[in-house]
Design a protein. Structure first.
Length: 305
């Protein structure tokens, strides 16, 4: 039995679409249809019910899917036992929010390129809500973002938390240093996308402190958010990890405040396919680098100036 047929079965079942499975496996839709037809002919059963809206497994298809996953898992284990290493190759599509992209994503990609040279990554940098939609549609394999995805076949793992703080341009920071915080709130607050975790957190944190938000600007791109803060447009909520260069150059100043911002909770979500080692490699790499980043951040905060 051709294992490519089993691969096609698994991905059509997971993504519920012949077209999406074809995109995932980098073949034509006709090739996927031919593989499924050949597998159905070989087994003598119908594996999928097809209509204009979606593709659904038949009872025989569900049985075949479980066996196909086991066969490919055993194939992977056989290769690993013979070669002494787990096979990780092919393209993994990774979606990521900007806060991670500007902190530990690049070191992770660099390390994976060395340890798994046959592994390729397709990177997408977008807000959490967009990443969720991509993951559920099957156009992403792994999402590094801020909120768990509650859906069958989606696994969520904690990536820890990222410290958040107030930042402003030098002139605004100087004024803040000489003024009560209530006066500072006359300046606009600049934060992330409306409805995002940072946006919701800053509203809750200010309400908890008994302060009323006068004006809040929501910005999708972190580079624009930093630029607005640098130019004195308002006071920004940002992870210190992504402002180090601007702070070192004196373009941004971290502002001390009695309103302490809660950390940004990070989540890794992925579509588990037990037959594919590449996803596991990326997941483990992300977990390791998130842990290293958290440890280095704690060490930096604990080190006296």
């Amino acid at each position: 039995m051709n294992t490519r047929f089993l691969d096609a079965l698994i991905w059509v079942a997971r993504l519920r679409s012949f077209r999406a499975a074809a995109d995932k496996l980098h073949v034509t839709q006709a090739a996927i249809s031919n593989r499924i037809s050949a597998l159905e002919e070989e087994l003598g059963v119908q594996l999928f019910e097809r209509d204009s809206r979606e593709v659904r497994l038949t009872d025989c298809g569900r049985t075949a899917l479980a066996q196909a996953e086991q066969i490919l898992r055993l194939e992977r284990e056989l290769k690993a036992s013979v070669t002494g290493r787990s096979e990780a190759e092919g393209m993994v599509r990774v979606g990521c929010i900007e806060s991670i992209a500007h902190s530990w994503l690049v070191p992770m990609v660099r390390e994976l390129a060395v340890t798994h040279p046959r592994l390729s990554l397709e990177l997408t940098i977008e807000p959490t809500s967009h990443l969720h939609a991509h993951l559920l549609r099957g156009s992403l394999d792994v999402a590094l973002q801020t909120d768990a995805v509650v859906e069958e076949h989606i696994v969520n793992r904690s990536l820890g938390a990222m410290t958040m703080a107030w930042f402003a341009g030098p002139q605004a920071a100087l004024a803040i240093g000489e003024s009560p915080w209530e006066q500072v709130l006359d300046l606009p607050v600049i934060t992330f996308t409306r409805g995002s975790q940072p946006h919701a957190n800053v509203l809750r944190d200010m309400e908890t402190a008994g302060e009323k938000v006068r004006q809040v600007h929501c910005v999708t791109a972190i580079s624009v958010l930093r630029q607005l803060a640098r130019q004195g447009f308002g006071v920004a909520t940002l992870p210190p990890a992504v402002t180090q260069d601007e702070v070192a150059r004196g373009e941004l100043v971290q502002v001390a405040s009695s309103i302490v911002l809660r950390p940004l909770e990070l989540v890794l979500s992925y579509r588990r396919d037990a037959t594919w080692a590449a996803i596991d490699v990326v997941v483990e790499g992300a977990l390791q680098h998130a842990t290293r980043f958290s440890q280095s951040t704690r060490n930096a905060l604990a080190t006296p100036p």
